[in-house]
Design a binder for this molecule. Structure first.
Ligand code: FES
Length: 120
């Protein structure tokens, strides 16, 4: 309820119509690889398809296994997520790029037990 007060990140939820209006976008990962989102269901689907070793588990915005850091650009969420995100974090399984983006993958998995659960 008072997430804004605690500094928790709010996510931008996209409707199916919003998502359909998006143009294909490039995704730069860890300053190197360049991938293209062409209306795949999520950012995770693009990177999985490209064979990148990305972590995932629930694929539904609950566990936090697919966390990455947004370096440049903006993402929108195609589903409601329940994992509490902090500034610059995104859940690859639940979002799509809104224009070209740059992300960084975490070096170590995020421990979900250290996060307080909430929904956005
Ligand atoms: S895979 Fe669980 S939140 Fe993305």
């Amino acid at each position: 309820m008072f997430d804004w007060l605690l500094g928790k990140k709010k996510v931008k939820l996209l409707s199916a119509q919003d998502t359909n209006k998006l143009l294909k976008a490039s995704i730069k990962v860890d300053g190197q690889g360049l991938y293209v989102w062409q209306h795949e269901r999520s950012l995770l689907d693009v990177l999985d398809k490209a064979g990148l070793p990305v972590r995932s588990s629930c694929r539904n915005g609950n566990c936090g296994a697919c966390i990455a850091y947004l370096i440049k650009g903006e993402v929108g969420y195609v589903k409601t997520v329940h994992f509490p995100l902090e500034k610059n974090e995104l859940l690859m399984c639940s979002c799509v790029p809104i224009g070209d983006i740059e992300i960084a993958l975490p070096l170590h998995p995020i421990d979900p037990r250290k996060r307080k659960r909430s929904s956005y």
